[in-house]
Write a protein that binds this ligand. Sequence first.
Ligand code: PLP
Length: 401
Amino acid sequence: MKRVVYVDNNATTRVADEVVEEMVPYFKELYGNPSSMHTFGGQLYKRMERARGKVADIIGATPPEIIFTSCGTESDNAAIRGVLESYPKKRHIVTTRVEHPAVFNLCKYLARKGYELTEISVDNQGLLDLDELRAAIRDDTAIVSIMHANNETGVIFPVEEAGQIIKEKGAVFHCDAVQAVGKLPLDMSRSTIDLLSLSGHKLHAPKGVGALYIRRGVKFQPLIVGGHHEHSKRAGTENVPYIMGLGKACELANEYMKEEQGRVKCLRDKLEENILANISNSRLNGHKTLRLPNTTNISFEYIEGEAILLLLDEVGICASSGSACTSGALEPSHVLRAMGVPFTAAHGSVRFSLSRYNTEEEIDYIAKNIPPIIKRLKDISPYVKEIEELEQKAVSTANRG
Ligand code: PLP
C-alpha cells in the first residue's frame, strides 16, 4: 500500500481508536432512543448527559449550556440565525474578512436578505484590528461573529479583548472555535463569549457531530424546529453513537492538550524552519507566534499551490492549498487576500496541519520531499524564468553602469 503522511488535520482528523471503541456499543446493543419511556431507551439519556458533561468540560461550560448539532457549520448557522431571530429590530451583523465559509458565506447570504454587514480587516500577519471592531459595533448590531483561530493560517484572535469591546457595546458575541477546541485551553466560565461553535471531526471524533455552547440567559431561537430535544433548542432525535464519540474525543483532547502545545508544536516548527531555510522564495503566512501549535501556511512564490499538492500527493503527502477552483480558474483564498499577501505568493500557498498522530520521521519525510518538488515546478514555471531574466538584466545593467 502507498505510504500516507497525513498533514491536513485542519480539514479533518483521524477518528481516535478510543473514540471508535466508545461508539460501537451504541450501534449494536444500546441502539435505543434516549427520549423513550422504557428503560432500554431511557438509559441512553443518562449516558448522553455524561458525554455532554465531557464536551462542557473541555470549554469550561456547564452541561445545560451545550446543545449537540450535526457539524461546525450547523453550530455557526444556529448561533447567528438564532440570535438574529431573537432581536428582530437589530439588523446589523459584524464579522471579519477571514472567517470560514460557514460564517463568511452565511453573513453574505444574510446581507443579500436585507441585513447590514460590516467585515473587520486584518493586518498582513492576519491579526484583527480591534479599533476597527470598536468603531463597527452600533446600537442596532445584533451579533458579532469572530473566529478563535483561523483554519488556513492558524492565527489566533484575541477573542477576550474583542469580547470586552463587544460587551461594552451591548452586542451578542459568537465565536467560531472549530479550530481552537482541543488545541487551546478555553474557559467559558471566565469568558466574554456568548455562543461558541465546535466540531467533532476536527478533534478526532467522526464527521457529522458538533456542538454549540449557548451561555445561560442568552436569547436564542432554534434553527431546527420540531420535537423538544436538546431543551427545545435543536430538534431531532439525538445521534447517540456520535455524541458518545464526541464526548470521548473531548475527554482525550483535554488529556492531549499539553502534547499539542509541546511535541506537535515542535514538529510543526521543525518542518516550518526547514522549509523556510532551504527553499528560496518561501514565506510564512500568518503571525509567527500567535498561531495554533499544529498549523503552518507557507507560500512558495511564483508557483501554483495546486501543482505542489499534486506532486506531494504522488509521494503520499496529504496537505492542502489556499486556492480554490472556482469556475475553472484558481482563486487565491479570501484569507490570504485579506492579509494582503501578494497574488504570486497567495497562489502558491500550502497549509500543513499536524495532529498528535504525526511522527518526527514523517516530518523528515516531508522536509526531504519538498525541495525537489519545488525545484521541479520552478524549472517549468514561466514566472520564475521571467523573473530570473529580469534579475539577470538588472545585474548586467548595474555592472555596466
Ligand atoms: N469553522 C471553521 C473555522 C472551520 O475550520 C470549519 C471546517 O473546516 C468549520 C467552521 C465547519 O465545520 P464542519 O466541517 O464541521 O461543518
